[in-house]
Design a protein around this ligand. Sequence first.
Ligand code: PXL
Length: 269
Amino acid sequence: MRVLAINDISCVGKCSLTVALPVLSACGATVDILPTALLSTHTGGFTGYTFLGLDEEMKKICDHWETLGLKYDVVCSGYLGSRAQIEFVRSVKNRFLRKGGLFVVDPVLGDNFTFYKGFDETFAKEMLSLCAEADYILPNDTESFLLTGKRDPSEALRELAKICPHPVITGADTEEGYFLYYWDGGEKRMALKKVEGSFHGAGDVFASAFAGLLGRGFSAERALSLSVEFCYRSILRTAKEVPDKKYGMNYERELFILTDACREQDKNR
Ligand code: PXL
């Protein structure tokens, strides 16, 4: 399985490509990367970070790849640094995703019901148009709201299902409990255990595991439940071991959940 991960390199803070590479590799994927930006740290909680957008370099990289005839089974996109990049990622999908391959979009926009630094309504509109090209989209509750204007996760899911066959809202607090919502011909929910606090990089840990497992041929339901378990155990570990949550998640010692599941799948093939 060959996967292309399109995301930024945040040198410190364990998110985007520094998470996508090990997590997708644990699922047995060959991972190639298309970096969208280079930052000294991610933008959530650090001040004074550096940011270098790689718009021009991305074009040159893809032109070179075209000469190699590369095709991918899975293309996953995450943090995009500009509206122009969103447009470009659409063309990357068309140029490099093999026929029948999977396009997974994590529409990184915000958290705690606010935009991350540098993003706004116009950016969200453009991101929605990229979601319309995806097989799976993985917004958190904030992002599903920013994309649809609907706070209620059921309503947001229904709106997203009009443009994408498989939307997943990765966690929403409701009066009935904490749930992951996904669309499978109709609304489905998976109960989640809540850990108090905010865990930076959880979205990237989840998205990379889900894309990797899906790419290996696990059913969406099985890929979701394994990714939820992997993410939950990583959150528990982080809650215990990481005093400053902006430094990201301690997911490394939970990677066995993915490697074990993949080994089991190999045995049964
Ligand atoms: O984890 C999402 C993310 C990815 N990349 C960058 C970010 C964030 C969230 O803050 O700032 C650069």
